[in-house]
Design a protein around this ligand. Structure first.
Ligand SMILES: Nc1ncnc2c1ncn2[C@@H]1O[C@H](COP(=O)(O)OP(=O)(O)OP(=O)(O)O)[C@@H](O)[C@H]1O
Length: 690
């Protein structure tokens, strides 16, 4: 058995506490040294840059007395000659520059997460520290090379996983599991795609991966940027504190709307069929054709008067120039910039043939001359994305030219506006339109690539949305996270290979996480009854939680639905821990009113944005994805399922909603439960009333 605190002499605990105190003092000294650096210099810009860098460094060196500077220790053997490493959130060095604590992301820390009895990685002792408000309260040792010691699960780890959830998501540096660590530390050029059932730690892995990448490839990724994309604002608030807690404050977090919606006001929604069609990858070719069709074939020769002479480039020669530019893989605007130079070059060739010897300056002057610019503008007109899309959706002939052979006449009819807005400003763009406008913008001029993109809940993205994300990491890599069983959009993906293709990363490696950290067994078994119907072939996670969880199914009369829900919340709120009350979007007002009626202050997710933190949040079902609460109350599952356009999506939404609970789930219903949940086979060891 690994030894625990009880077997350690108190002296050992005191020695470790003394080491922690010494590390704290060293950290304070590091901060003082940073603050003492004199930034005065001859170059004010360099001085300002240095001042900013030092300010950030000083901030990152601030000590948080409520967390410990380290959570583990490794004693190494063999070639490493009894080295000892303390593993923590950040490096701490003493005055001589020798390490007291190493960053969890340093290569030497890998063994803390991965060493095992079968592969000890040179580790003779792995020690975990139990901590309470920054003080060491327990030790747990594993002697990995001691054959007599039996393997047992770590109590410190179990306690950390069971710790009640309050407030936003927290980091998991102290307890990253081996299979998670393998994914966190995949090199920066590899795109990884992680499929995993609810609560298997996909988001946690993605965020820790972002932090690790920024550590391992700091220069490049700080320059090029790392972006986190999540499903909605509530989700971003939920996860937003994790990277700053790991010292990474420069990572932008956004939604798909935020990504593509800059400069576009999304004011309408598409019906499911049209939205799916607009998200179809075939639209990429339609848009490409629409843009290229703006380029005109020359009708007349180009005539350039210069001094007493008039130079003439015949139409067929101009056509060759245009065709050559179209055949090259350059963006529309870049080719548009090149055309006057190419035309001027053709003029220069004639000048030389006539015995002149013009130099480069003459070519520039000809390219900038009014006749050449006018001629080039007419052939290769200035375009903007909104004008192109406005024309496609309002002009059947233009759409037919672009979509012929790609979209059927019925599909084309589906895309046309019923009533075309008279002006561009009056256009009521949808989110799917914004994604198409983004594609058009990229056809005109290349979207700059970031260093790395972390895409969460990726199963819900349409092919065109995936292309928009892919553009943002065309020269970098992506971390793609999701669960096919939780796909709730009409265009949700059925295969990760396909998603990776649309993302432009077909070589991405798909892996699966199977162990569930959030949802206790009773709850996951209940929710998993939906899987065979709405995601055949996908398995529920194996819950690693010690707590099997509470499950209550309560059937009531329709007229007491909301009062029962409110009473349940009052009862649950007597214990610490967050409570999520999840209802169909249309029932938010009803449940909110019932809660206020019994004096329960609460937030409403998706409406207020977390400026006040509440123990109780009302959660519209469509906002619940990716979130978690200590206890969850789901009211009227049939209404939640019914609010979706089809049965499969309805059951998937329900699956998402039922898998948000960390400790307990109460289901309160007046209407019959959807079929797979109605089966009365309660798991033997859990409470089910109904
Ligand atoms: N190794 C770990 N140690 C402790 N807690 C963990 C670990 N891995 C995951 N968790 C916790 O489990 C919970 C679920 O993790 P996370 O939200 O990342 O799962 P997910 O797979 O993204 O879930 P969903 O599909 O529902 O969005 C979180 O509270 C997370 O902190």
């Amino acid at each position: 058995m690994p030894s625990s605190t009880d077997e350690h002499p108190t002296g050992e605990l005191a020695r470790e506490q003394a080491y922690l105190d010494r590390s704290r003092t060293a950290l304070a000294a590091m901060r003082e040294r940073t603050l003492a650096v004199d930034v005065q210099g001859s170059d004010p810009i360099a001085a300002e840059h240095l001042a900013r860098t030092l300010w950030r460094r000083a901030r990152s060196l601030e000590d948080d007395p409520t967390t410990a500077l380290f959570f583990g220790r490794l004693d190494l053997d063999g070639d490493h000659h009894d080295e000892q490493w303390y593993v923590g959130r950040r490096h701490v060095t003493d005055d001589a520059g020798d390490p007291l604590v190493i960053d969890w992301r340093a290569p030497a820390s890998t063994a803390f997460y991965r060493a095992s009895r079968t592969d000890p990685m040179g580790v003779v002792l792995r020690r975990r520290f139990g901590l309470d408000r920054g003080r060491i309260t327990a030790l747990e040792d594993e002697h990995l090379t001691d054959r007599a010691e039996q393997q047992a699960s770590s109590q410190i780890l179990a306690r950390e996983i069971e710790r009640p959830r309050v407030g936003p998501m927290r980091d998991i540096v102290a307890t990253i599991q081996p299979e998670q660590d393998l994914l966190v530390r995949v090199d920066d050029s590899t795109t990884v795609c992680i499929q995993g059932a609810p609560g298997t730690g996909k988001t946690a892995v993605g965020l820790h991966r972002a932090a690790w990448l920024l550590y391992a490839y700091r220069d490049r990724l700080t320059r090029q940027g790392v972006l986190v994309i999540g499903p909605n604002a509530s989700f971003l608030e939920h996860i937003g504190a994790v990277l700053p807690a790991l010292g990474e404050v420069q990572v932008r977090h956004t939604t798909i709307e935020g990504l593509v919606g800059e400069g576009v006001r999304v004011r309408a929604t598409d019906p499911a069929g049209r939205g799916t069609l607009k998200g179809d990858a075939r639209l990429a070719e339609v848009l490409r054709r629409a843009v290229r069709s703006a380029v005109q074939a020359p009708e007349d020769a180009l005539v350039v008067p210069r001094g007493a002479r008039r130079w003439r480039v015949p139409g067929y020669e101009v056509r060759e120039i245009v065709e050559e530019l179209l055949a090259r893989d350059v963006r529309y605007d870049a080719a548009r910039q090149m055309l006057p130079q190419r035309l001027a070059h053709a003029v220069l060739v004639q000048m030389e043939a006539a015995g002149d010897s013009p130099d480069d300056r003459v070519q520039d002057a000809v390219a900038r001359s009014t006749p050449v610019r006018r001629y080039a503008d007419a052939l290769w007109p200035r375009l903007d994305p909104a004008t192109v899309l406005h024309r496609l959706w309002s002009d059947p002939a233009a759409l037919e030219t672009a979509a012929d052979g790609i979209l059927s006449p019925a599909e084309q009819a589906e895309l046309l506006w019923d009533k075309a807005p008279r002006t561009l400003g009056a256009a009521r763009w949808t989110l799917a339109d914004a994604v198409l406008l983004d594609e058009l913008a990229d056809l005109l001029s290349r979207t700059p690539s970031l260093g790395h993109v972390m895409l969460d809940e990726a199963q819900d993205l349409s092919p065109m949305q995936l292309r928009a994300v892919g553009r943002r990491c065309s020269t970098g890599a992506a971390t793609v996270l999701g669960d096919i069983a939780q796909g709730t959009t009409p265009w949700a993906t059925g295969s990760w290979e396909e998603s990776l293709r649309h993302l432009g990363k077909p070589e991405g490696q798909v892996t699966e996480l199977r162990r569930g950290f959030r949802v206790p067994a009773a709850v996951i078994e209940y929710a998993a009854r939906l899987l065979p119907v709405m995601a055949p072939g996908l398995a529920a996670p194996q819950s690693v939680r010690d707590n099997t969880g509470d499950l209550d199914i309560v059937a009531v009369q329709a007229d007491s639905l909301w009062s029962t829900a409110a009473a349940r919340v009052v009862h649950l709120a007597r214990q610490p821990g967050s409570i999520g009350v999840i209802v169909a979007d249309g029932s938010v007002a009803a449940v909110s009113q019932a809660l206020l009626g019994v004096g329960v202050e609460h937030g409403v997710l998706g409406v207020d944005h977390g400026d006040v933190e509440h123990q109780v949040d009302v959660v519209p079902a469509t906002v619940a994805k990716g979130l978690e609460f200590d206890r969850v109350v789901v009211v009227e599952p049939a209404a939640i399922a019914e609010a979706e356009p089809d049965e499969r999506t309805g059951l998937r939404r329900l699956y998402v909603v039922l898998t948000r609970a960390v400790s307990g789930l109460s289901v309160i219903h007046a209407r019959p439960l959807p079929d797979p949940l109605a089966v009365q086979v309660p798991p033997a060891d859990h409470r089910v009333r109904g």
